[in-house]
Design a protein around this ligand. Structure first.
Ligand SMILES: [Zn+2]
Ligand SMILES: [Zn+2]
Ligand SMILES: [Zn+2]
Length: 764
């Protein structure tokens, strides 16, 4: 059998004469047949000449007497794509399939085939080898030149190269100047399958057998992109499972419905047979109750087909919360860390309602939160502080809201009572007439919208959770610009055109991903002033007399570092079936360097003590070292003075990592460049006092000629923006439109904008 062909196969499992005492044999055959047919079987009855023809009678359950087909009783496992009984065979239930993307296969179309136009793993032109000879002969047969830039090849030729000769044969020829072709091959007629066809076949075999092929996956990822599975169209299930419908809808279609539509669908189901009506309604009621919980916390835009890996942290947290409320447990203690992240003020109000409900049924809810409306809603507030890091660790004040508001020591109270506030800018920057214009944005739920983003100002993208902000900013704007400035192979979200990219010189995303994967990465190495500190140590008299260079003070290379822990200060032991165990290195006791290295001191401190020094302390310690002092000051001004200079990247929070990256950008500000900086919710984890510091930093970037664009729900940030673009009106299929754009005052004047309505109070 050809693995690339589809066949219609029927297997004869058994034949028997109908007579007495064969029931056991028949039963065994039926079971066997159902197994072979994966839940389907077919029967054929032959009657004696004189029998009456309608002798088969009625078939109970799922069957068709006319075609003689019986289907096994359906169970829930037939409808789950995690089980082989339900999963689509082509995509193994993933719903997606990798397909070769021509742009990835031929990344640089100005190159010719002989000059390596194809990604080299896919095809490498070498006339001494079989593949090269085939290509040479193909070119001779179809009359194209291997030295022609790929972009100039005729369409028909490209089709042959990609998809083959479609059965046409051509003779093998001798490439000029290459090793002679063996006599028996010369002139032999062959076909060519095409390079894309070949990769597709590799992939299918790879997928089917799951065989470990070194480098295969990496190579595939290089030239292939994820597409909807052609067999199940993304439904993930075997085609026969999709023949089963409820009120005309397959299980996949039902999974596409947003939770609100799903509830309406379930409540409208008709035609449940009398016998099952009671059981059916019980199932429906159970489902509707759970969906109502999800709707209650602002998740109406999600659906059941949404992959959990694509949910944001806040969305996952809220789903878990809804299951807790659904359980109706009492006497529990719930702890939540910043549940307001990613929530529009409108949805945040629902979240607070949910937390109150948990309390009211007899639970205790503890929330770590900076969000003002959540703090105001609390029954009891505990403020820790007064400052960050070594300046904190005490209870500053606790009690009801009134106590906090009246407290003279509480920073939170200072802001909540309005005695201190983030001021409105005295004057907003005016637009310079230059824009980045996205035309026809239609990825995900975006409704073919045109968006003009002014450059040289501070912009906020706002809108309800799920309204399409991230899609517009990250999937389209960032990735498109990235493809222009960095990697043309970047695949961006669907849109018609991006105009005005010449108005910015680069795009930089300052996100919350870690600044490094090991304890050897830290703020000093990331911002690159650790090199200067090492040089300082190498220039001390002791280093000079011992011949130590700067690399002696690196923990990335052998020499000065502790070899027991390779400069990490800790040793990680991996245990089977248990979490890794980390212990302080017994040799260096966490100092990360060997004793000889630690002999060297600069102003009385050795290199290990410098790494443990707080950034704030470092500003003074390195006061006479201009560059180091400057970089440390930037970190300090961003409110990160409490971090250690050598704070391991592995224990920085997402928000801290983001601010280290921001500091890195601020530390290398140069005039004359017009970068676009993109930040997604930079206020995450920030006290309102630190939000002011963040805003100061962002405005410094703008004042140096850059454009700063943030996705943000924090109204104190939005109110200070020069320009706001509000998407909505709601999430998912109810979003995807530009509701309003302009200054915060202009947004507040738009009745249809939820953001505008909340913003009003902040503009007084
Ligand atoms: Zn039929
Ligand atoms: Zn499929
Ligand atoms: Zn060590």
């Amino acid at each position: 059998l050809d693995p690339d062909q589809e066949y219609d196969l029927q297997v004869i499992v058994d034949k028997f004469f109908v007579k007495k005492d064969i029931d056991k044999q028949v039963l065994a055959s039926l079971e066997h047949a159902m197994l072979v047919g994966e839940g389907f079987m077919r029967f054929d009855v032959q009657f004696p000449e004189d029998a009456e023809v309608d002798a088969i009678g009625q078939l109970e359950g799922f069957g068709c007497p006319k075609h003689g087909i019986i289907m096994a009783e359906l169970g829930p496992h037939h409808f789950t794509f995690n089980e082989p009984t339900g999963a689509c065979v082509t995509c193994s239930g993933l719903g997606t399939y990798l397909q070769v993307h021509p742009n990835l296969l031929v990344p640089d179309k100005t190159r010719s085939i002989a000059d390596g136009a194809f990604v080299h793993q896919a095809f490498n032109y070498d006339p001494d080898r079989w593949d090269g000879r085939t290509m040479f002969s193909l070119a001779a047969h179809y009359g194209f030149d291997l030295d022609t830039p790929f972009a100039d090849l005729p369409e028909e030729v490209v089709d042959v190269l990609y998809h083959g000769t479609h059965g046409e044969e051509f003779p093998i020829r001798q490439p000029e100047g290459a090793r002679p072709v063996e006599k028996r091959h010369l002139g032999r007629k062959i076909r060519f399958d095409g390079i894309i066809t070949r990769i597709d076949r590799h992939y299918r075999r790879y997928r089917k057998q799951g065989e470990a092929h070194s480098g295969m996956e990496e190579y595939l990822r290089k030239v292939m992109v994820e597409r909807t599975c052609p067999d199940c169209n993304g439904a993930k299930l075997k085609r026969q499972r999709l023949l089963v419908t409820i009120d005309g809808q397959t299980i996949h279609k039902v999974g596409e419905l947003h939770f609100e539509e799903l509830r309406d669908f379930l409540l409208a189901i008709t035609g449940i047979p009398e016998k099952q009506r009671e059981a059916g309604h019980r199932v429906i009621n159970e489902l509707v109750t759970r969906i109502n919980l999800l709707l209650g916390i602002g998740l109406d835009y999600l659906n059941l087909n949404r992959r959990s890996a694509t949910l944001s942290g806040g969305e996952s947290q809220r789903i878990r919360l809804s299951t807790q409320i659904g359980s109706g447990l009492m006497g529990m203690l719930y702890v939540l860390d910043e549940p307001s992240i990613g929530l529009h003020p409108k949805d945040n109000a629902k979240m607070i309602e949910t937390l109150r409900k948990l309390r009211d049924i007899g639970n205790t809810v503890i929330v770590v939160e900076h969000d003002e409306s959540t703090i105001r809603a609390a029954d009891h507030i505990i403020e820790l502080g007064p400052g960050p890091g070594i300046h904190g660790g005490k209870v500053v004040v606790q009690g009801e809201l009134e106590t906090i508001l009246d407290s003279t020591e509480s920073l939170t109270g200072l802001y909540l009572s309005g005695r201190r506030e983030i001021p409105l800018p005295k004057q907003r920057r005016s637009l310079n007439g230059k824009f980045l214009s996205i035309i026809g944005a239609r990825e995900n739920n975006l409704r073919s919208i045109d968006v003009d983003i002014p450059v040289g100002v501070f912009i906020c993208i706002t809108g309800a959770s799920g309204s399409g902000k991230s899609t517009l900013v990250n999937e389209i704007l960032y990735k498109r610009l990235h493809s222009i400035y960095h990697d043309s192979r970047t695949l961006y979200g669907a849109h018609d055109e991006l105009e005005g990219h010449e108005n910015v010189s680069d795009v930089i995303s300052i996100d919350q991903s870690p600044i490094g994967r090991s304890a050897r990465s830290n703020p000093a190495t990331y911002i690159k002033f650790y090199d200067n500190i090492r040089k300082l140590f190498a220039s001390t008299p002791l280093s000079l007399s011992r011949g130590y260079t700067a690399s002696r003070f690196s923990f990335n290379v052998k020499g000065g570092r502790c070899e027991e822990c390779h400069g990490e200060g800790t040793i990680t032991t991996q245990l089977h079936f248990m979490p890794d165990v980390e212990v302080v290195c017994p040799t260096c006791k966490g100092a990360r360097y060997n004793e000889d290295t630690l002999d060297v001191t600069y102003n009385g401190k050795n290199i290990s003590e410098i790494l443990n020094m707080s950034i704030e302390e470092g500003v003074d310690f390195f006061a006479d070292q201009r560059l180091i002092n400057h970089k440390l000051s930037v970190l300090n001004q961003l409110g990160m003075g409490y971090l250690q200079i050598g704070h391991p990247a592995t224990i920085l929070s997402g928000g801290e990592a983001q601010r280290v990256k921001l500091a890195s950008e601020l530390g290398k500000l140069k005039r004359g460049k017009h970068n676009l900086y993109i930040l997604d919710e930079p206020t995450t984890g920030l006290h309102i006092a630190d939000v002011q510091k963040l805003l100061d930093s962002l405005n410094r970037l703008v004042d140096s000629g850059h454009t700063v664009l943030v996705i943000e729900h924090h109204l104190d940030v939005i109110k200070t923006a020069d320009y706001v673009i509000d998407l909505g009106p709601e999430g998912g299929h109810k979003g995807g439109e530009v509701l309003a754009h302009g200054t915060p005052e202009e947004i507040a004047a738009v009745k249809a904008s939820f953001t505008g309505q909340f913003l009003k109070e902040y503009l007084i």
